[in-house]
Design a protein around this ligand. Structure first.
Ligand code: GLA
Length: 389
């Protein structure tokens, strides 16, 4: 992919000068959903699929973007003097937002650049293609412009800042962190309360991670996501009248049960319940994995889905169909929706010898119930965003 993309770059923008190559992964979250903006724990990993980019610095203030994934939209041209969100700028609002975020934080890019990209993360699958692009842009800016003192965690925070303030999606830090800090065969146990983290080797004893993309057209995801976030904030504000906590992630299940009636709105109470229990489940799941107990890990994944379905209400018919079919399948250790929800994909841990049957049966049930096909991907855990040439 890298070589072909380089050829595309040369065709569009010419082959002279210092042309460099980069890669930024997608991510999948194994457990800990909708906890990252509640000061809880998450357990994602970076994937070996992601976004490739080829870039070269310019001498003027122009920026040119092109993506093979949106080839019909052609080349977008903008400039450092127009770091503003424009609807018609389409996907380029993501990388542009990062240039803007750098500037806001005092890392001012003084000349433009040309950038050609291509990603193999299935479109709209919920494997964080936007965060992948944000971190790709971050790594490129640091490499081309030599900003010193910016760590990979700083780049994750800049990516999140761009997504929140430039693109209007109030996401937490999980996606950008996982993509920036990914490590081959390791998942990241991250405490979003203080960004302390630890790598945990994923030893799956002959099982693999299988992603099922629902292919549901995602509408209103951002607004529903922002709505859930606001519901959690309302619950927290009610609890804070009785208890001195910073975030829902500070509570154990027992503490929540004692204080839950402080939350006036029953919908917000359910949302808070998910946030608290899911955080504790994530802590337990990682402990089980470390103890070599993959079975318990899988059961906690299943419980996570139930909570996202019943209390957090972010699954929907498509994801429920995929997960419920997976649960019935031989050789499935655990299965749940992953990411924001409302469409997107599920993550399952499946014994290697059962994967073919899994894909066949779950695929058939899905198509019969939903009316169109799901796509399946057996994925590997890879390294974070980086320069590759
Ligand atoms: C999206 C957001 C993340 C996280 C998940 C849900 O992927 O970008 O910050 O909140 O949803 O866990």
């Amino acid at each position: 992919m890298q070589q072909k993309l380089l050829e595309k770059f040369q065709e569009l923008f010419g082959g002279e000068g210092d042309i460099r190559s980069y890669f930024s992964p997608g991510r999948v979250n194994l457990i800990g959903e909708h906890t990252d903006y509640n000061g809880g724990h998450v357990f994602p990993c970076a994937l070996t699929i992601g976004t490739y980019g080829i870039a070269r610095k310019r001498e003027d203030r122009k920026i040119r973007f092109y993506s093979e994934n949106f080839s019909r939209l052609g080349v977008f041209e903008t400039s450092l003097d127009d770091l503003v969100y424009h609807e018609e700028a389409n996907w380029t609002n993501y990388p542009k937002g990062v240039v803007w975020a750098f500037k806001e934080k005092g890392y001012v890019v003084d000349t433009g650049f040309d950038l050609v990209m291509n990603g193999n993360i299935p479109n709209g699958s919920g494997l964080s293609s936007s965060a992948s692009v944000e971190l790709l842009m971050g790594v490129i800016l640091v490499d081309l412009f030599g900003f010193e003192g910016l760590s990979m965690i700083d780049l994750a925070l800049l990516g999140q800042y761009a997504e929140n303030k430039f693109n209007g999606m109030n996401c937490g830090i999980m996606d950008q962190f996982a993509i920036a800090m990914g490590k081959e065969n390791q998942a990241i146990f991250l405490d979003t309360a203080d960004l302390s983290y630890e790598y945990a080797p994923i030893e799956m004893k002959g099982a693999k991670i299988v992603i099922a993309a629902s292919n549901k057209k995602r509408k209103l995801t951002d607004s529903k996501y922002n709505e859930r976030r606001a519901e959690c904030e309302e619950a927290l504000a009610d609890i804070q009248k009785q208890m001195d906590i910073k975030a829902l992630g500070d509570l154990t299940e027992e503490q929540f049960e004692e204080v839950k009636d402080a939350v006036k709105n029953p919908v917000c109470r359910k949302r808070a319940k998910h946030a608290v229990y899911e955080n504790q489940r994530t802590i337990k799941a990682v402990a089980a994995l470390k103890a070599g107990d993959l079975e318990t890990f899988g059961k906690l994944m299943n419980a996570s889905h139930v909570s996202l379905r019943d209390d957090y209400e972010v699954t929907g018919k498509e994801l429920d169909t995929l997960v419920e079919a997976a649960w019935k399948q031989e050789g499935v250790v655990g299965s749940r929706m992953t990411g924001a929800g409302f469409g997107g994909c599920t993550v399952s841990i499946v014994k290697e010898e059962a994967i073919d049957e899994f894909i066949k049966h779950v695929g058939e049930i899905y198509e019969k119930e939903i009316g169109y096909a799901a796509d399946f991907y057996v994925v590997e855990i890879g390294d974070g965003s980086r320069r590759i040439g």
